[in-house]
Design a protein around this ligand. Structure first.
Ligand SMILES: [Zn+2]
Length: 119
């Protein structure tokens, strides 16, 4: 298990293993947040936060919400607003301690137009 925490520690996201790769997406929201995403099944992700400790943002077709800490404002993850059994969660890998992540490949995703990985 490794954990990602926001800067102040109010929000903690636990996942069962290190990600094999991270995604750097250039879509309109990801490039502004500066996030690096690690993807997991929703059933594998445990988010710990006090009630009211987070806010979220949804846009476009409103299928996803981006969750952030109300105290330090770090983006912690995105999740489906109506999750299905197969739903994925994007965990912001910027919130892992570098030593718990280790060396990991970063892939560029052209979320702005083609939705293809560029490398
Ligand atoms: Zn925080």
């Amino acid at each position: 298990m490794i954990a990602a925490t926001c800067h102040c520690g109010a929000v903690r996201v636990e996942v069962p293993r290190k990600p094999r790769s991270l995604t750097n997406c250039n879509c309109s929201i990801c490039r502004r947040y500066g996030t690096l995403w690690a993807y997991y099944k929703a059933s594998e992700v445990r988010v710990s936060a006090a009630p009211g400790a987070t806010s979220d943002y949804a846009w476009g077709d409103r299928r996803l919400r981006f969750v952030r800490c109300n105290i330090c404002a770090c983006i912690t993850h995105w999740e489906h607003i109506l999750p299905a059994a197969s739903s994925r969660v994007g965990v912001n890998a910027r919130n892992f301690e570098p030593e718990s992540l280790g060396p990991v490949r970063i892939r560029l995703l052209d979320g702005a137009s083609t939705w293809k990985y560029l490398g």
